[in-house]
Design a binder for this molecule. Structure first.
Ligand SMILES: Nc1ncnc2c1ncn2[C@@H]1O[C@H](COP(=O)(O)OP(=O)(O)OP(=O)(O)O)[C@@H](O)[C@H]1O
Length: 280
């Protein structure tokens, strides 16, 4: 059967479920504002991520995706509810073992690529020989070895974003939180960065939570895709893709790819319309 030529193997059924890595229980976030109504940005939302899972989140603009990522990262405290990372409560501080990559280029223009990538590890007090070893590996992995002495201004947007991912990788995180990291990149670079991220995920065996506006990207990369409602965001659907770990852009050729896309768009469309209606 022709379609099977491109089929991506399903994950093994007999593999024991991985343990819970992150648990989010009834989390809400309300922003209070001076001289204005508070904004109920998120929740209550409950879900958990398995160790080594690749989980993507899609949702209408302004539904609370970044807010969710920020509270999981410990960058802001939830108004209510509990987040646990590896069984310990996250309490307004980025836990050890967690790294965050944002959409905006967060490279430091005054530091070389090498020093940018080394920044977090040096700040954490790692020995310089260890830092050098890790940075060399991360830069080689991200295809930046030749640019170690260059400065961000000499690089393209995609390369600068790779520097930020290398910086996160150097910390050997067990959980990576990626907030639309490829949003500002052109389509081809974005596809390549998706493949790099899969390679990174396999090599580091970290759990990844990715926020994206692209349904295709979410379906291609993830074990599960969560769709959020309009603000205040909660999960209205979480689908399992069933891809094996050894996947890449060829998942787009799998006959199930389109069905997954349609299921997610079916849910997202209504929520996006609500958001548009709110604005008009
Ligand atoms: N510090 C803040 N103070 C007040 N309101 C805020 C604050 N941060 C976010 N919000 C509001 O909370 C809501 C959710 O914002 P958030 O950035 O999490 O959405 P998002 O889903 O990531 O959006 P987008 O897809 O457009 O990036 C929005 O209405 C936003 O205006």
């Amino acid at each position: 059967m022709a379609t099977h030529l491109h089929s991506v193997p399903l994950a093994q059924d007999d593999v024991a479920p991985a343990p819970v890595h992150i648990n989010v229980e009834a989390v809400t976030k309300v922003f209070s504002r001076e001289h204005a109504e508070p904004v109920h940005a998120l929740g209550p939302v409950s879900f958990s991520l398995r160790r080594k899972e690749f989980f993507s989140v899609v949702g209408p603009s302004g539904c609370g995706k970044s807010t969710l990522l920020d509270v999981i990262a410990g960058l802001s405290a939830p108004s209510d509810g509990v987040i646990e990372f590896e069984g310990k409560r996250v309490n307004g501080q980025v836990p050890d073992g967690v790294a965050v990559v944002f959409q905006e280029d967060a490279s430091f223009p005054w530091l070389s690529v090498f020093d940018n990538a080394a920044f977090g590890a040096r700040r954490a007090g790692l020995a310089e020989t260890e830092v050098r070893e890790r940075v060399d590996h991360a830069l080689a992995f991200m295809g930046l070895a030749r640019f170690a002495d260059a400065y961000p201004a000499q690089l393209s947007g995609g390369m600068r974003q790779r520097v930020c991912i290398a910086r996160a990788m150097v910390m050997r995180p067990r959980l990576m939180l990626l907030d639309e990291p490829f949003g500002a990149l052109d389509q081809q670079t974005r596809l390549l960065m998706g493949e790099e991220t899969l390679k990174l995920w396999r090599e580091t065996e970290s759990t990844i939570m990715l926020i994206t506006h692209s349904i295709d990207e979410a379906v291609m990369l993830s074990d599960r895709v969560g769709t959020m409602s309009a603000r205040p965001g909660t999960f209205i659907d979480i689908v399992e893709t069933g891809w094996s770990r050894e996947r890449g852009s060829e998942t787009a050729l799998d006959p199930r790819f389109g069905a997954l896309q349609s299921q997610i768009w079916g849910k997202l469309r209504g929520e996006s319309l609500k958001t548009l209606g709110e604005r008009s």
